[in-house]
Design a protein around this ligand. Structure first.
Ligand code: DLL
Length: 432
């Protein structure tokens, strides 16, 4: 099922023509209205009116998160504030947040694109959608809320937190679609089990999860525990929020809304394009945004283009699950480690819960990484020997995946902090 079949299934030639036209008008707009881009284009001798082919995109300058931060709060807006009907901000944990704005038309497009993602994930007008993202400056809740209303679904704007209350509402209101971070969904599943409720008594059918990396193993776990079809959706405030890309129920990559965004995947060091199928940093150019257009925005997210068509019939290109951000990467003894790799390994080991934390410490000149792993209830060690063997097993599996040995410590069930929004996996002790 499609939300806008004509667009979502358009042929490549028409798409490229459309992208070129919209890019031309975006370039003129940012050149005229955003001093940052005028300066950049002038420095590089780029004439926005002399832009003839999509290949010319490569000549354009990148925009970084730092560029947006310097322009705090409204420096990158391309329209006067009287045309801005909404302001949101990035969840940036470090430094200044990035403030983004939307015109009336931007909100309309945003709702539409989120409606596409929801439809692709199975949601229809008949669904009761529980939005358990935090309502506020974060784009997640409002973005998905407007998209779900656009479809005509019944929206329950419960916001994040209060897990038991979420479970009760889910049961009483007969929620059919749950929308939140995968971490919070895991917490909800855990709470359902603790409350002794039979999951078959729920009406849940779909889970649309996003806003942070999550592995295939976590998808399996959520699908089994909540009895749902779980799809992944991706977006970022600087580009729009949710609605940039989303999986269809084939669950094999996220379709990018290419009539609104041009994506490139580049090598984060050389900034040259990498071939389809190869992992690199995702770079996004907006084509229709009025208040906050960005040109070649470096997302820092690592993913790849999945080559070939999808059996759902949508022609928009797909990206693979985002494995993490260039700045999530932890360097240990020369190897590059991503929290999502650790998550995938732990999910496959019987007896570990999908809750873990990574502590990075420095012993002398060497960085040391310790993974704190929660054990599930079913596993109980009365013998030190058994415990040692279990730790060794985890270490071996992690070493296989990561190519480097790391320390492992078992911790009690529920002793690690639970998150209602995005998880914080890494504890940095080196600077302390
Ligand atoms: O997280 C927008 C969003 C909300 C997307 C709800 C999907 C659902 P920010 O707070 O600006 O916006 O964070 C954006 O989160 O650059 C990625 O690093 C990460 N991220 C978002 N979606 C995914 C995903 C929202 N599906 C940053 N998989 C992005 C992996 C994701 N990482």
């Amino acid at each position: 099922m499609y939300w806008e079949a004509v667009k979502e299934c358009m042929n490549k030639e028409d798409l490229e023509q459309l992208q070129l036209e919209m890019l031309q008008s975006t370039l003129s707009r940012v050149y005229m209205n955003v001093p940052f881009y005028k300066r950049k284009f002038d420095d590089l001798g780029i004439d926005p009116d002399d832009f003839r082919s999509l290949d010319d995109l490569k000549k354009l300058p990148f925009t970084t998160k730092e560029d947006l931060r310097i322009s705090y709060p409204y420096g990158m807006f391309a329209v006067p504030m009287r045309e801005v009907v909404r302001v949101q901000a990035s969840s940036g944990t470090t430094g200044m947040p990035t403030v983004v704005g939307y015109t009336k038309n931007d909100i309309k497009n945003w709702s539409n694109l989120v409606a596409r993602v929801l439809t692709a994930g199975g949601v229809t007008q008949n669904d009761i959608v529980q939005i358990a993202f935090d309502y506020g400056l974060f784009t997640g809740a409002f973005g998905l809320h407007y998209g779900a209303e656009r479809i005509g679904a019944s929206v329950i704007p419960v916001s994040s937190g209060n897990t038991r209350q979420q479970v009760k509402l889910m049961q009483d209101f007969r929620t059919t679609a749950l929308i939140c971070t995968p971490t919070f969904a895991l917490s909800i599943a855990e709470t359902i089990a603790e409350m002794g409720i039979n999951v078959n008594s729920f009406s849940l059918k779909y889970g649309l999860f996003g806003a942070e990396p999550w592995s295939e193993a976590v998808r399996q776990e959520l699908q089994e525990k909540l009895k749902i079809v779980a799809t992944d959706n991706y977006g970022l405030s600087e580009v729009m929020g949710p609605g940039v890309a989303g999986e269809c129920i084939e669950r094999n990559g996220l379709h990018i809304n290419e009539d609104h965004f041009i994506v490139e995947v580049v090598d984060p060091e050389t900034l040259e394009s990498v071939p389809d199928g190869k992992t690199g940093e995702l770079v996004i150019t907006t084509l229709t945004k009025e208040a906050f257009p960005v040109i070649r925005f470096r997302t820092r997210d690592l993913t790849r283009i999945i080559p070939g068509p999808c059996s759902c019939g949508r022609t928009f290109a797909r990206i693979g699950k985002v494995m993490g951000r260039t700045d999530d990467m932890i360097k240990v003894k020369g190897a590059n480690v991503f929290p999502s790799q650790i998550e995938a390994v732990l999910c496959e080991i019987e007896g570990t819960a999908p809750h873990f934390q990574i502590v990075i410490d420095r012993k002398g000149a060497v960085d040391e990484l310790t993974v704190l792993v929660e054990v599930s209830e079913s596993i109980f060690f009365d013998q030190m020997k058994q415990q040692r063997e279990f730790i060794d097993l985890i270490k071996i599996r992690l070493a296989d995946e990561l190519g480097v040995t790391v320390e492992v410590k078992l911790v009690d069930k529920k002793s690690l902090e639970r998150f209602e929004g995005k998880t914080k996996r890494v504890i940095e002790r080196r600077s302390l």
